[in-house]
Ligand binder design. Sequence first.
Ligand code: GLN
Ligand code: ZN
Length: 764
Amino acid sequence: MALSHNLGFPRIGASRELKFSLESFWRGDSSVEQLEHQADSIKLQNWGWQQQAGLDLIPVGDFAYYDHILQLCLTFDVIPNRHRKDASELEQLFNLARGATDCCGKTSAALEMTKWFDTNYHYLVPELAVNQTFNLKSRQLINDVVKAKVLGHDAKPVVVGPLTFLWLSKCRSVDEAASFDKLSLLPSLLAAYQQLLNELSAAGADWVQIDEPILSLDLPEQWVTALAQSYAQLKRDFNGKILLANYFGGVAEKLEAVIASGVDGLHIDAVRAADEVIDIATRWPEDKVLSVGVIDGRNVWRADLSLELQKLTPLHEQRGDRLWIAPSCSLMHVPVDADVEHDLDEELKGWLAFARQKLNEIGALTRALNGCQSFTDRALFTDSDQVQRQKAYSPRILNLSVRQRAFSVLPEHCERKSDFVTRINTQQAHLALPAFPTTTIGSFPQTPDIRKQRAAFRAGKISAQQYDSFLEKEVIDVVKRQDDMGLDVLVHGEPERNDMVEFFGELLDGIAVSRLGWVQSYGSRCVKPPLIYGDVSRPEPMTVRWSEFAQAQTTKPMKGMLTGPVTILNWSFVRSDLPRSDVAQQIALTIRDEVKDLERIGLKVIQIDEPALREGLPLRTKDWDEYLSWAVDAFKLSAAVVKDETQIHTHMCYCEFEDIMQSIADLDADVISIEASRSGMELLQSFDDFEYPNAIGLGVYDIHSPNIPSTGYMVEQLNKALECLPLNRIWVNPDCGLKTRGWPETTAALTNMVEAAKHVRVQH
Ligand code: GLN
Ligand code: ZN
């Protein structure tokens, strides 16, 4: 009998209960007990759902109040000194996550946050001392296993493994970082894991799932060897069984090391590394468990169950009960329940499988393999077959005119008519801007009033006309404020947009927006990625109305504001029946049409934001070139439709440029605005080293803080930049959009910024 299990379930709650509970607790509106109660009910709900779906083993330990890596820091007492205060475990956890200010006003910074592999989830980076010790401290995981056991669940504890934990950590002291060898900490870390494993075993767990997703990365040989040795050591003094889980990529080339480790089972990502399954199944010892992650944990589409069954049958014949069926990775990267998406039409809804639906797929597949299908299982298979047929012919997916147009894209469609030097001269004549022109990144404060009106409009409480006249007033106001502040290139402020990707998702054909399809991004923050299900086209102009209206309010140039194709792609769930490069190209063509329309109505400057360009980089560097090549082409295709005199801007944030400078230059944007202030202009080094040829918009202050930057500070930033950039290629702007800020600080900061630009103009 094959076994079914899951690697992890979304902890945020089907209606984001954890989010609201956390935020209420942080505001001081509810007690610790209320928060703990909410956490418990989410765990119980999740375990219950997994049991109902018929899973044989249920993951425990996938819950975390904020982040599972932070939870692991607490488990092993990896707490930087600044947070080693007399505090409860939960207090300490939130201090680490969000920073803390004590009664004397002394602040202790939060841990740094960064992306979890190539997902949109962010974890907190553990800080290690050179002589770091590890002790089993927080007992949350053990307690949860006991709880689940009491409820009669076959609990399988899940924990991120020692190698991945070390890999993701950083050295506490900047000075020592260079000479710090993280692997030197492995022996003492392993001792702590050993203790944890034994306690989990004592709590009644037969199997422990240990995640080592770093196996999917380019890993130094030393680390691979260390992995084999570590698990061999853990196995020696442990009576339970270890399932080593890898996901987000392949493991075939490191399989020898995994075999040498002696672990009892291996989980592989059979979606991302489908081509390795046969090879691994042949090489992985037959007396050991092979968990095959066939249900896509990174996407929202229903599986082709018959096809999966067909592929799994020979593996089942080979391994019997040593074959386990699972999702490719934890289900925390997909929303909870597609059944509640009542606003989607039935056909599209039928194509979706969120976490709960995926559990049913895993259960049904396993029972089918075992020859004990229930009536509902059969129905699920029939449904799945029907969905596959429907999708193959659905006109909602295949749009012939989109395909034809994509087919006729030529390389020259991606190139501007003239080179940058020619263009910039024409643009300068056309725009007549002063040196160090000032602008903003697009959004202005999304005030409570804006949110209220949008909600009222969506709920049908105010008419489209009322909403429209409200927006008109907003735009008039935003333009006037910018005029008064003396900015050079203005924006309309984006009051009509809820989110830079969802806004376009709602307006483009082939993309749908869910109602409750939230996925945890970090802590209490969630994102709701649009669903790109079919060929993408633009039924009508999307931004022309507000850009045109805004331009009519001023004689200054108005900047059009678009989200780029790569960012729309990377922040959405994307269909899996077409290469991502093709989807990017389809989106690029819609943005291209929008760009053309904006130019037609007289806009001289158009910005195409690509903050997620870097995020899309594949995990293995060998795959970078291919991605960068089509991603850059998609951007260029969207932009290169304009005349020389029209200036194309792009914007990126939270981005390291060093290793992708060639691609950044290849974008050939006339101006790229970057987040330079937070690194004290250090980011510019990459541009300088590369001799980046086009213009750069310097983010001269950090919009993430409410502090008002002084004119002097910004002058200093600009002077630093002038050490490496020619003065006629510098723009002055904040480092990102202002939608999270309030008006008073925005006005004050921008006024100082304009002052700083004037000051530097006189100086040079
Ligand atoms: N134009 C967008 C804004 O200003 C850009 C946001 C972003 O870079 N993430 O809000
Ligand atoms: Zn930004």
